[in-house]
Design a protein around this ligand. Structure first.
Ligand code: GLA
Length: 752
C-alpha cells in the first residue's frame, strides 16, 4: 500500500460517527487521489474475445489484477477502454479508502469483502493471495491464457478463456500452481468470479431429487447469497450445477437471457453473491474436502470448466447454441454420425428376474414394434439376483445364463438389434466375491461409519489395481459379446470419498473419465450411456466421455414432460434418453394412455422400458406407429434447432425446426385442465417469418378433441392440413382444441 492511502482522510469513520456537521464537511473533502478506480488507457492492456453474438472484455495490464470489464451479448463496435471508463467507481463513505476492484478470483489479497473465489494456505499461512498479470498468451483469435502470479504467496494462477466461434459459448477455467517448496492446500477455487449484468434480476436454479430431476426454481433478486453445495460425489439430482438468469420480462423467445453450467461429475458448489457495492458475482467450482487438494512444488490443480452463454433473444436461443456446442465440442463422432437407435431396455419389464426364454420373447416383441438396440439391464452377472449382492463380480451368471449371453445376444442381433449391457463399474456389494477378496478397495474415511446406501460401497478407482480390474473385466465382456453399448450406472452418493484417509473425490472423478476413455479407445464403436439412478450424473464433462444419458428413472409421461424440459436447457434431444414406460407408472402409480406415453418419449433419444408382453395388442400397435413416426422425423428431432415455446403452464410446448427452416415438428402436451372453458392459442417459434407452412397434426392419429367440430376439423389437420403464414403461426398462434389433460398433440409443418 502507498502512503497516500494510509494517510488519506478517514471519511468513512466520520460518517459512521453520525456527526452531521462533520459528515457535511466530509462530503466536501476531496477524495484521496487514488480513490477513483482507474483503468489503463492503453489498448494493449485489454483482451477481447468476440463473435457476432458475444463479447468478453478483460483488463489484463501487466503487473495489475486482471478483471472482467464486460461479458455478455455483443454490443457492437465499442472499445474496452470506454467501457472501463464508463464503469468508473469511486470511493464510497463507510468503505475502504480506495474502491476495491477485485480480480478474476476476488482472492483474499484483493481485500474484497464479499466471498472469495480462491482459498488456499500453507499449513495456515499465506492465505491472502493477490494475483497480478505476468503475461497474456493468445491461442488464436478466440482463446487466451492469462498468466498471473503472486510472488508473496508463491502461487501462480492461469486463467483459460475461450469463445467458440460457431456457437459463441464462453468457457473458462483456472489452473493453480504451487511455486514454493512448502505444500499448498487448495480449499476452493472457482473456475472464475464472473460479474453478472445488473439487469439480470431473476435467477433460475436447478433442483430436484431421484425421479424428479431438472426442476427449475425461480429466485428473485436478493441481497446476500444464493448457494448450492453438492457433496453427493456425482453431478447430483438435487443440485445440478446449472443456473439461468434473465430479467422479469425475459421469456423463451425474447429478452436478455443467460445460462451458466459447471462441467463436472463430482462435487460442486454454485453461488451468486450480491456484494455491498451492488456487483453480483457468480462462482462455480468443485467442492473440495479439507486437505483434498494438496500441491507440492510445481504441481497444479485445474478447476472444472464453466460454460456461459448470453442472448438477447431469450432462453431458447441460449439452448440452441449450447446444443450446438455439445455436438461440436463434446460429443464423439461414434454417436453423432449415425441415427440414434431406438432402445428397448429390460429393467422395468423384468427387474432382477432374468430368464432367457422370457427375455427372448421380449426381444421379439421389441423388434416387432421397431426397437434397434436391446439393452440388458441389471441382474445378468455374478450373484446379482437382487440389489443386495453381486456388484463387482463382472462375469455372466452361470445360474441364469448357463451358456453365457451368447444365445440371447445372437437372437437380439438376428432380430436386427444391437446388444447393450448394463454395468455399475464403480460399485461393489459387500456380498460379492470382489469385496470378500478386497475389502480395502473401497473409498472410506478411517474410523467413520459408512453411510448405508443401496447396499453398496464405492470402489476406489484411484487405486491402479481397482482401475485395472474393472478395465480387464469390462473389456473382456465387450469383446466376447460384441457389446455395442454400455449403460454405465452409478447408484449411490459417495459420502466419505477417502483414499489413504484423504478426500479423493477429485481424483476419483478423473479416474472414472479415464476408465471410460480407455474403454472407448479399446472399442472404437462402443457407445456409453451415463446413468446415475436416472439423471444424477450428466454434465458437460461426462459428455466428453459418453454418448447418451438417462434423464430419469421416472417414466411417468407427465413428469417426463417437465424433467425433459428442464434438461433441455443444457442437453440436446439426441442424447436425452427418454423411454415409453408401462401403462401404470411404477414410480408414481399413475396410468397413462399409450398415445401420451409414446408422444412424451418421442422428443428425445427414444426407447421403451416396459413389459411388452403385458401391453394390449392395440397399445403395441400404437407404440409401433409412434416409433415409426419418430424414425420418420428422427433427423429433424435430433438435428433441428430446439425451441421451448412460451405457453401457459398447463401446457408443455416444444419444437424442432430444420436448420434450413423448411420443416418443423411441435409437441404440445396438455398437462392440466385449462382454467378457462377453452385452452389457449400456442405460438410456434423459429419458423422463417416470410414463408408459409402446411400444418398437419401427426399425433395422435385420431381426433382427440372433446367436442366437435374443432380446429382439427376446420383446418383439416388430420387430413391434408392447412397452409398458414409463419407470422400468423408465431405471432397470433394456433388455437389448441379442447382435449383432456395428458394428451400430447404433435404438429408437423412443411414449407408450402
Ligand atoms: C438405476 C438406474 C435404473 C436401473 C437400475 C438397476 O436405478 O437408473 O435405470 O438400471 O439402477 O439397478
Amino acid at each position: 500500500m502507498n502512503d497516500s492511502v494510509n494517510s488519506g482522510p478517514r471519511t468513512s469513520e466520520r460518517i459512521d460517527m453520525g456527526d452531521e456537521v462533520r459528515t457535511e464537511a466530509a462530503r466536501h473533502e476531496p477524495a484521496p487521489a487514488d480513490a477513483l478506480e482507474t483503468s489503463p488507457a492503453n489498448a494493449a492492456d485489454f483482451v477481447c474475445l468476440e463473435t457476432a453474438e458475444t463479447q468478453i472484455f478483460l483488463e489484463a495490464a501487466l503487473g495489475e489484477r486482471p478483471r472482467v470489464i464486460y461479458s455478455g451479448p455483443s454490443i457492437g463496435k465499442v472499445s474496452p477502454q470506454e467501457l472501463a471508463l464508463l464503469s468508473t467507481k469511486q470511493h464510497a463513505p463507510g468503505s475502504a479508502n480506495v474502491h476495491l476492484r477485485g480480480s478474476l478470483l476476488n482472492e483474499l489479497g484483493t481485500g474484497i469483502a464479499g466471498p472469495s473465489g480462491f482459498k488456499a494456505h500453507r499449513n495456515g499461512t499465506g492465505f491472502a493471495a493477490d494475483f497480478r498479470v505476468t503475461s497474456v498468451e493468445k491461442l488464436g483469435e478466440h482463446a487466451i491464457i492469462l498468466h498471473c502470479s503472486d510472488p508473496n504467496t508463491q502461487i501462480d494462477a492461469q486463467h483459460h478463456f475461450a469463445l467458440t466461434p460457431s456457437s459463441s459459448i464462453f468457457t473458462a477455467k483456472t489452473t493453480i500452481i504451487n511455486r514454493s517448496s512448502e505444500p499448498l492446500s487448495v480449499e476452493w477455487c472457482s473456475a472464475l468470479c464472473l460479474p453478472l449484468d445488473d439487469r439480470l434480476d431473476k435467477l433460475f436454479g436447478f433442483t430436484g431429487r431421484w425421479a424428479a430431476e431438472f426442476q427449475i426454481e425461480e429466485i428473485d433478486l436478493f441481497r446476500g447469497s444464493y448457494m448450492r453445495e453438492n457433496k453427493a460425489g456425482r453431478t447430483s439430482h438435487d443440485s445440478f450445477p446449472g443456473l439461468l438468469a434473465g430479467t422479469k420480462s425475459s421469456s423463451e423467445t425474447s429478452g436478455l437471457a443467460a445460462n451458466f453450467h459447471l462441467g463436472w461429475s463430482g462435487n460442486n458448489r454454485v453461488r451468486v453473491d450480491q456484494h455491498q457495492d451492488g456487483r453480483t458475482i457468480l462462482q462455480m467450482g468443485e467442492f473440495l474436502f479439507p486437505g483434498e487438494i494438496q500441491l507440492e512444488r510445481g504441481e497444479a490443480y485445474t478447476t472444472p470448466e464453466i460454460t456461459a452463454v448470453w442472448s438477447l433473444d431469450g432462453f431458447s436461443n441460449c439452448t440452441q447454441r449450447l446444443h450446438n456446442f455439445v455436438q461440436d465440442e463434446l460429443l464423439d463422432a461414434r454417436g453423432l454420425n449415425r441415427p440414434r437407435p431406438v432402445h428397448y431396455n429390460t429393467w422395468e419389464a423384468v427387474y432382477f428376474d432374468h430368464a432367457e426364454e422370457r427375455l427372448m420373447q421380449l426381444a421379439e416383441q421389441a423388434s416387432a414394434v421397431g426397437a434397434e438396440r436391446f439393452v440388458l439391464d441389471d441382474g445378468w452377472f455374478g450373484g446379482r439376483r437382487h440389489d443386495k449382492a453381486g456388484l463387482g463380480d463382472w462375469w455372466v451368471s452361470e445360474e441364469v445364463y448357463p451358456q453365457g449371453l451368447h444365445t440371447l445376444a445372437s437372437r437380439v442381433r438376428e432380430l436386427g438389434m444391437e446388444f447393450g449391457l448394463w454395468f455399475e463399474p464403480e460399485m461393489v456389494n459387500p456380498d460379492s466375491d470382489l469385496f470378500r477378496a478386497h475389502p480395502d478397495w473401497v473409498l472410506h474415511a478411517d474410523g467413520v461409519e459408512p453411510v448405508p446406501f443401496r447396499n453398496q460401497f464405492t470402489l476406489d478407482l484411484t487405486k491402479q489395481a481397482v482401475f485395472d480390474y474393472l478395465f480387464d473385466k469390462m473389456t473382456a465382456l465387450i469383446s466376447e459379446y460384441d457389446i455395442a453399448y454400455i449403460k454405465w450406472d452409478m447408484n449411490r452418493d459417495t459420502n466419505h470419498p477417502g483414499s489413504g484417509n484423504r478426500g479423493a473425490m477429485h481424483q476419483q472423478t478423473k479416474a472414472v473419465y479415464c476408465l471410460m476413455e480407455k474403454l472407448r479407445g479399446a472399442h472404437p464403436k462402443l457407445e456409453i450411456e451415463s446413468c446415475s439412478s436416472g439423471g444424477g450424473r450428466v454434465d458437460y464433462a461426462i459428455l466428453r466421455h459418453t454418448d447418451r444419458f438417462w434423464a430419469s428413472d421416472n417414466n411417468d409421461a407427465r413428469e417426463r414432460q417437465s424433467i425433459q424440459r428442464g434438461a433441455s436447457h443444457f442437453f440436446p434431444l439426441r442424447i436425452t434418453g427418454s423411454h415409453v414406460g408401462p401403462r401404470k407408472c411404477h414410480i408414481t402409480g399413475r396410468v397413462f394412455s399409450m398415445e401420451f406415453r409414446a408422444a412424451s418419449a418421442m422428443f428425445g433419444h427414444m426407447g421403451m422400458e416396459l413389459d411388452l408382453l403385458d401391453e394390449s395388442e392395440e397399445d403395441r400397435e400404437i407404440l409401433r406407429r409412434a416409433i415409426a413416426l419418430h424414425k420418420q422425423h428422427r433427423a429433424l428431432i435430433h438435428g433441428g434447432d430446439f425451441h421451448r415455446l412460451d405457453a401457459p403452464k398447463y401446457f408443455n410446448a416444444v419444437g424442432c425446426v430444420a436448420p434450413d427452416k423448411s420443416e418443423a415438428l411441435f409437441s404440445c402436451a396438455q398437462l392440466d385442465p385449462a382454467p378457462m372453458t377453452l385452452p389457449a392459442r400456442i405460438r410456434f417459434a423459429g419458423l422463417d417469418p416470410d414463408r408459409s407452412y402446411r400444418t398437419k397434426l401427426v399425433w395422435p392419429m385420431r381426433n382427440t378433441s372433446i367436442t366437435e367440430p374443432s380446429i382439427i376439423d376446420q383446418a383439416n389437420l388430420l387430413g391434408v392440413g392447412s397452409t398458414f403464414q409463419a407470422r400468423a403461426l408465431m405471432e397470433h398462434g394456433i388455437q389448441m382444441p379442447l382435449i383432456f389433460p395428458d394428451t400430447c398433440l404433435i404438429f408437423h409443418l412443411t414449407e408450402a
